[in-house]
Design a protein around this ligand. Structure first.
Ligand code: B12
Ligand code: SF4
Length: 451
């Protein structure tokens, strides 16, 4: 496939079924950085539909591969900034002393490309990755309604699933949860006005990655869901089961992107190191046996207590480069996540170093701004992580509907975070007394630098 030139959006698929356009909207936020981001849920939907006879196409408003659209110079391993345009801050966030922007392709370019689609889509699927990114979803929804007033439009993804009452007001059809549940699958084909085909093999785990032209990075999804239930996480509300794929399909996906020149791969799994014999070890072993010269990244964090010496060696030999660990806190007796003892943390950290990972490539997430959190503990954790030579990363707490801690977050917040998803944005420090302030943000920045 050659590089797409505005305004051409190609159709893909051999079948004679309906033409379905998938859209990943812009990010409308105070800040956004591309950490190997892809709308994986939408790509899974398009893959299932194409494998069942539909023709599909993709408008990813965050896709840097379009010719004729200037994009900031890529950063390390394919990560980087998005183009942005400052826009008015939504009224609900008016109290913030920060600029608000639309990140991604220019709005008019997107409109031009959609308007030029020939033939027009029979149905449109719009996804949302973060609940509080819904304004981008509603904006593109309006654009689609204006371009194709009679075409069915379905909203899905995190916002539609976790904030369904709010999303309902958009007037679009909503699909809550995974598309591959039998009832959702039937509902989609019903909307398309077609008989429901059986679900294709690998439903929910295959990704239509080929819809990107000349990509420099790709996501890997070997599993869905998580067997744990951490208080601050919505994984169970989004996907109640834990399902793992088979090594062959994952290896095929990696090989096919590798053959297109991709060298950076990011794992999107919630529980990458759980039951690794099932797919991760065979996948890493095959990468090594084939001598694939690639870099693996775990931006979504790995469980520290699974980092045995053997695991760290396999990860290193399989090509893991960017290591992110979920530490949460060093207050080991008072945790909201998968339990972790200080000994497990220190052993895991040492095993990583013994396996030969660079200190520079190891980042440790520390949660900041949990309801009623004593921020002295955060300061302590930063010092502790730095004493290992690792890089601390503050993960600002996001109150997520459907997570066990959401009610506690509502009680602690001075905002109505349940009624207005924009107020779930972690940039406002929704559960920190007094909220975000530049003075405090700068103080934390210096602490992170050890100053
Ligand atoms: C990978 C991941 C990341 C990656 C990249 C995400 C990306 N694409 O850009 C990284 C590590 C960068 C990341 C960062 C963050 N993340 Co994150 N992330 C995830 C994770 C683990 C997977 C997302 C995913 O792709 N899932 C896989 C796909 C297959 O599932 P799916 O999207 O649900 O899709 C299915 C259905 O929703 C449906 N569907 C989807 N779209 C559509 C559309 C239509 C029309 C239909 C019909 C159906 C449909 O069918 C799909 C197939 O079954 C989720 C948790 C999770 N398990 O989903 C959290 C999650 C989305 N992240 C979350 C958070 C909090 C964050 C951070 C704020 C963390 C922090 N404190 O820094 C940052 C913010 C990032 C930013 N501002 O850019 C929260 C969401 C918060 C919210 N309010 O919405 C989640 C839910 C995790 C949690 N803690 O509960 N994240
Ligand atoms: S935070 Fe991670 S380990 Fe905990 S439930 Fe969510 S995905 Fe699972």
């Amino acid at each position: 496939m050659s590089r797409p030139i505005f305004p051409h959006i190609p159709w893909s698929g051999e079948g004679s079924g309906p033409r379905i356009l998938g859209i990943n909207p812009w990010i409308l936020d105070f800040a956004a950085f591309n950490l190997w981001s892809r709308p994986v849920g939408l790509l899974a939907c398009l893959d299932m539909l194409r494998n069942s006879g539909a023709r599909v196409s993709l408008m990813d408003c965050l896709d840097p591969t379009w010719e004729g659209v200037p994009w900031p110079k890529p950063g390390k391993y394919g990560t980087g900034h998005y183009p942005k345009e400052e826009i008015p801050t939504p009224a609900a966030l008016d109290f913030m002393d920060r600029k608000f922007s639309r990140y991604g392709l220019p709005r008019e370019k997107v409109r031009e490309a959609l308007a030029a689609m020939e033939p027009a889509p029979d149905a449109i699927l719009i996804t949302t990755i973060m609940t509080y990114w819904y304004p981008g979803t509603l904006d593109i929804l309006d654009m689609c309604k204006e371009l194709w007033p009679d075409t069915p439009i379905i909203l899905g993804g995190t916002y539609a699933t976790l904030c369904s009452d709010h999303a309902d007001e958009s007037g679009a059809m909503l699909l809550k949860g995974a598309m591959e549940t039998p009832s959702n699958w039937a509902a989609v084909w019903n909307i398309l006005g077609e008989p429901t085909p059986s679900l294709p093999m690998n439903a929910g785990l295959g990704l239509a990655l080929d819809l990107y032209n000349e990509p420099t990075y790709a996501p890997i999804l070997g599993s869905r869901g998580c067997p744990f239930t951490c208080d601050y996480c919505a994984s169970h509300a989004l996907y109640p089961d834990f399902t793992q794929g088979t090594p062959n399909t994952i290896i095929e996906a990696i090989q096919s992107e590798y053959d297109r020149g991709v060298r950076d791969f990011a794992f999107y799994d919630d529980a990458l190191l759980v039951n690794p014999k099932r797919w991760l070890w065979p996948v890493l072993g095959t990468i090594q046996a084939k001598g694939l010269d690639l870099r693996l990244h775990t931006p979504n964090a790995m469980h520290i207590r699974s980092l045995t010496a053997d695991t760290c060696q396999r990860l290193k030999q399989g090509g893991l480069h960017t290591v992110r660990l979920g530490l949460e806190t060093t207050d080991f007796n008072n945790r909201n996540d998968v339990k972790l003892t200080q000994i497990e943390w220190e052993d895991g950290a040492q095993n990583l170093l013994d396996a030969g990972f660079n200190l520079d490539d190891i980042g440790v997430y520390i949660l900041f701004g949990l309801p009623n959190q004593n921020l002295d503990n955060v300061e302590e954790a930063i010092g502790h992580v730095r004493s290992f030579g690792f890089r601390p990363h503050l993960a600002h707490y996001t109150p997520i509907p459907g997570s066990p801690m959401f009610q506690q977050a509502r009680d602690a917040s001075s905002h109505d975070i349940a009624a207005e998803p924009l107020l779930q944005n972690n940039s406002i420090w929704p559960c920190v007394p007094g909220g975000f302030s530049w003075a405090e943000a700068n103080r934390w920045k210096l602490l992170m630098q050890g100053k």
